[in-house]
Design a protein around this ligand. Sequence first.
Ligand SMILES: Cc1cc2nc3c(=O)[nH]c(=O)nc-3n(C[C@H](O)[C@H](O)[C@H](O)COP(=O)(O)OP(=O)(O)OC[C@H]3O[C@@H](n4cnc5c(N)ncnc54)[C@H](O)[C@@H]3O)c2cc1C
Ligand code: FES
Length: 299
Amino acid sequence: MTTFEHCSLRDIAQSVVGQVVFNRTLPGEHGLLRLRVGKVARRVMPGHFVQVICDPGLTLPRPFSLMDADAEKGTVDLFYRVVGVGTGIMASWKGGEEIRLLMPLGRPFMWPKAKVNVLLIAGGAGLAPVHFLARRLVERKFAPVMAWGIETESPMMTIEARMDGFPLDVAFVDSPEALAALDAVGVSSRLASMVATPGRFHGYVTDLAEQYLIHSPEEVRRRTVVYACGPTPMLQAVHRLVERFGLEGQVSLEERMACGFGVCAACVAPVRTETGWTYRKICTDGPVFPIADIAWEKY
Ligand SMILES: Cc1cc2nc3c(=O)[nH]c(=O)nc-3n(C[C@H](O)[C@H](O)[C@H](O)COP(=O)(O)OP(=O)(O)OC[C@H]3O[C@@H](n4cnc5c(N)ncnc54)[C@H](O)[C@@H]3O)c2cc1C
Ligand code: FES
């Protein structure tokens, strides 16, 4: 079965000076950064990432997936979690500051063919590329549903979830929290957390996705494709899930990187070949891969 349109080719990355439009501090040590980057915003697609030079004193740039882009206004959004030196510097940026970045990088997600049902699964800051994909899928007349696992207070505004999209099953009655920004464009979403939190599904985000699949009508389940981004153990669980239900999917891998454009081999992932497996560079062969192509057992 070929569920996806053919693989998008890598674009040619360029060095860009982005001007900070705003940099919002969000709960759970997160931030939302909007940069004015000009015409290059027209070329970006969900799954593309950028390399941000957080400080000239840091040897390496830091990779971030795009959370959104506005071709008209020439802006791109990054959603980041402060985890160390580079993201700590990012959090200090103010409106008007100029930031150097390289973009667009990597291979974006492949579009699904018509008539599939799309299930999006995100973990933590892995929300960024999946959120971008959700919005662009809506423009293409798909009606994706999203499961997001987050352990902190939600950095994104949440509202009482719409009840369509997810099956109206008892499993979801106690988990009505949904992402406001996605709900506004018609994407049904639910949040999951390992810490019992009112309004959220209690468990792994993949448990929530499993519940969704179990409670979906057979006709919907059969034509579901999965897109995911998050920590590697979560993606391994997503792989087990799609195997169990006989589905296809794509994942965006967010491993550590150095150069970001294929010259240092610091970012490899084990990928299946006809005779076994080999390493591929996430920055140029990915970060998006068909989920079945990754040799998950080699991680
Ligand atoms: C293609 C790609 C897309 C990404 N998109 C996003 C995104 O949209 N939002 C976001 O918040 N982060 C994203 N990341 C992760 C982000 O690049 C790192 O969090 C960031 O580089 C950390 O920089 P730092 O200087 O603050 O941390 P450092 O000081 O370098 O490290 C601090 C801690 O973070 C850990 N760390 C560093 N990089 C990673 C990583 N890639 N994965 C897991 N742990 C890491 C280190 O092991 C260390 O424990 C992405 C990574 C890749 C490869
Ligand atoms: S980060 Fe250098 S080759 Fe991928």
